[in-house]
Design a protein around this ligand. Structure first.
Ligand code: 5GP
Ligand code: ZN
Length: 106
């Protein structure tokens, strides 16, 4: 999607540092962290939200990516959040999983 901010980040257009990446997803720090450590796991492929995700295999890979990224970032105890839809607080309409540790405010 050409006007999607997370597609642009995935494509390296902003030079965002990836703390972890694999074939399926990239992981970077949230620009406005709601915890001491706050990562976003973002699939390389665009889906507006979890509602549009129709790929069970990819869903599994994304959850494995959460684990792998948390390990790389030395997160021992963390919360995962997926906001789906505007009323639930979704602001960026490219599926992403929040991964947070310490003083969590989301
Ligand atoms: P949502 O509310 O959609 O579940 O979460 C979107 C998250 O993306 C927010 O926590 C927000 O701070 C983060 N975010 C929005 N734009 C950018 C950006 O350009 N770079 C980074 N690293 N995070 C962003
Ligand atoms: Zn996108």
């Amino acid at each position: 999607m050409t006007d999607c901010i997370f597609c642009k980040i995935v494509n390296g257009e902003f030079g965002t540092e990836f703390v972890y990446e694999n074939e399926y997803a990239v992981v970077f720090k949230d620009i406005n962290p709601k915890a001491d450590k706050h990562l976003l796991v973002v699939p390389r492929k665009h889906f507006d939200s979890l509602k549009e995700l129709d790929d069970e295999f990819l869903l599994g890979k994304l959850m494995m990516t959460v684990k792998e990224a948390a390990k790389v970032c030395e997160m021992k105890s963390y919360r995962t959040v997926i906001n789906t839809g505007k009323d639930a607080g979704q602001e960026v309409f490219h599926l992403h999983i929040h991964v947070m540790e310490g003083n969590i405010r989301l």
